[in-house]
Write a protein that binds this ligand. Sequence first.
Ligand SMILES: NC(=O)c1ccc[n+]([C@@H]2O[C@H](COP(=O)([O-])OP(=O)(O)OC[C@H]3O[C@@H](n4cnc5c(N)ncnc54)[C@H](OP(=O)(O)O)[C@@H]3O)[C@@H](O)[C@H]2O)c1
Length: 217
Amino acid sequence: MTQQLSIGILGAGRVGTAVGRQAVRAGHRVRIATDKPADEIKLLTEVIVPGAEAVDKDQLRGSDIIVVAVPLHKYRSIDTEVLQGHVVIDTMNYWAPVDGVMQEFESGRSTSEVVADFFGDVRLVKTLNHIGYGDLEVDSHPAGTPGRRALALAADDDDAKQLVAAFIDSLGYDAVDAGALSAGKAFENGTEIFNGRHTAEQMTGLLEQCQRVLAGV
Ligand SMILES: NC(=O)c1ccc[n+]([C@@H]2O[C@H](COP(=O)([O-])OP(=O)(O)OC[C@H]3O[C@@H](n4cnc5c(N)ncnc54)[C@H](OP(=O)(O)O)[C@@H]3O)[C@@H](O)[C@H]2O)c1
């Protein structure tokens, strides 16, 4: 049986609500917040994520996992105090036509490494960035289903990665370890992984291929 987790979600847009719905379905306790008072997203939460609770962002403290689902060009507006000491999922992607050119994301590092530096004392796990919000429900299948879709995870903290892997499995996906946070580049915008549906076996092959390219072999 899936371990019930308390899931905090920062961002009540397309991704935040889609992850919230799947997490409620999986039996987790879900709290959703934005930068605004809880009252402002209460109705939206009741209608779009039934079973979840709209809260002020401070109330996300103590969650087993906090999912950050905010447009990347706004990442510097995030109240990082709330995140300190937590396992945090970074769902955010950089796409210059939408986000505008941001020099820190043009350096060749994974966007999540830049975000991790800004967030401070968090155990950041990059995942859920490479699945469309509209696919999250339809592509979800129980463990063991042939052809089950896989999602990759990258993080520098193995315990955090394991916890998030269990969460991803509960949402209906095989979790594939991509390695350190820097390896998250393999499933950022523009990559084959980002643009497709893959099983765990296919995902593993694509990640290995990407590592070989990065290592120049
Ligand atoms: N769209 C997809 O299919 C998809 C899939 C995977 C990953 N992603 C990535 O996920 C991220 C979110 O995308 P989205 O489509 O969900 O965006 P969205 O629909 O625009 O929703 C963004 C949410 O973030 C909130 N927000 C903005 N600034 C905030 C802050 N400083 N603190 C707390 N909350 C804040 C917004 O609240 P207000 O409305 O009050 O400003 C809104 O609820 C992006 O980086 C995107 O690249 C998108």
